[in-house]
Write a protein that binds this ligand. Structure first.
Ligand SMILES: Nc1ncnc2c1ncn2[C@@H]1O[C@H](COP(=O)(O)OP(=O)(O)O)[C@@H](O)[C@H]1O
Ligand SMILES: [Mg+2]
Length: 298
């Protein structure tokens, strides 16, 4: 018969806790990851080192398949790095329990195909789980209502999660991540299903909340212009590592965009922020015998 040993904590000091007023420090040292394990030839990430300090909005950019989601998964303990360390305020991530981590770190996954046969309120309430030991259900419901109001979806509160559109799902998952009240929030393409108004509103809101809630927000994005407009810093991943990192004006250059994304881009400045205009050299006209609606000028 298998025996199960339940380790009892000797003291509360063993538990990882972060002072709510402390500045956030995330330190990534020589991080590597390969899905085939440390001996695999195919490393998705190799030797990534970065320090991120303080409450801010950081965007991760890079082409499809470069390792953006993998990178985030190595930082929030979904994956175990095959090399290197991640330190959260001088605590080694590998030694923090998932339960303790959930009190300080939140994650809004890529458009979730998860099925929650629950109401929107109950789905967002799941975000309160790490705190449930302390708060009353009334406190939790108050936070849930606050987040639904913030995201502008109070009208969905009683709807069934499974009956919503992709964009509505995304807003509910965002509310759930915020209801967790984490100190570090990771988001994987949080606005990919939202129309342009909400892409702007949500990204602007994430930046504001980073200040108001003293929270480090790290977001994967495909919208270079919105990332450049609101991010404090940008991490551009390419070829297994960090290709460029720093302020938007230093990272979003036409050289970097054309190298990493393989597209021509002109960078203009809008309100002090870089803004890319894609340059298309292919002028092929397809209006010959095709069955399309051909819209002509003039
Ligand atoms: N579970 C997995 N098993 C094996 N390879 C994977 C797995 N998930 C992702 N990959 C591969 O790892 C690389 C990085 O993927 P991912 O981190 O999802 O990229 P991104 O988020 O930048 O699009 C890709 O080549 C992808 O095919
Ligand atoms: Mg991804």
């Amino acid at each position: 018969m298998k025996s199960i040993s339940l380790k009892k904590r000797t003291s509360d000091k063993d538990q990882f806790a972060m002072d709510p007023d402390a500045e956030i420090d995330l330190e990534i040292n020589s991080l590597s990851f390969a899905y085939g394990g440390p001996d695999s030839d195919f490393k998705v990430l190799s030797d990534v080192s970065l320090k991120i300090h303080g409450a801010q909005l950081v965007s991760i950019l890079g082409p499809n398949g470069v390792g953006k989601s993998t990178f985030i998964h190595c930082l929030n303990k979904i994956l175990e790095p095959t090399g290197g360390t991640v330190m959260v305020n001088d605590n080694d991530l590998s030694e923090i329990t998932v339960k303790d981590l959930a009190k300080v770190m939140g994650y809004v996954p890529y458009t979730s195909s998860d099925n929650f046969p629950l109401s929107v309120t109950d789905t967002v309430l799941m975000g309160r789980h790490p705190h449930s030991k302390w708060g009353s259900i009334d406190d939790d419901l108050r936070v849930v209502h606050e987040m639904l109001t913030l995201i502008g979806i109070t009208d969905l509160a009683d709807r069934n999660f499974n009956e919503l559109s992709a964009g509505q799902h995304q807003k509910v998952m965002l509310a759930r991540g915020l209801a967790q009240e984490p100190r570090i929030l990771f988001l994987d393409e949080p606005t990919s299903n939202l129309d342009v108004r909400f892409q702007l509103e949500i990204t602007r809101m994430l930046k504001r909340l980073s200040r108001q809630k003293n929270m480090l927000v790290i977001m994967i994005s495909h919208d270079i212009n919105i990332a450049a407009k609101y991010s404090d810093n940008i991490i551009m991943l390419f070829d297994g590592g960090v290709y460029a990192v720093g302020r938007p004006q230093d990272v979003i250059t036409s050289e970097n965009i054309s190298h990493v994304y393989e597209v021509g881009a002109q960078v203009i400045t809008d309100n002090g922020r870089p803004h890319i205009v894609l340059v298309d050299d292919d002028d092929t006209d397809y209006d010959d015998d095709h069955n399309y609606h051909v819209l002509r000028t003039g």
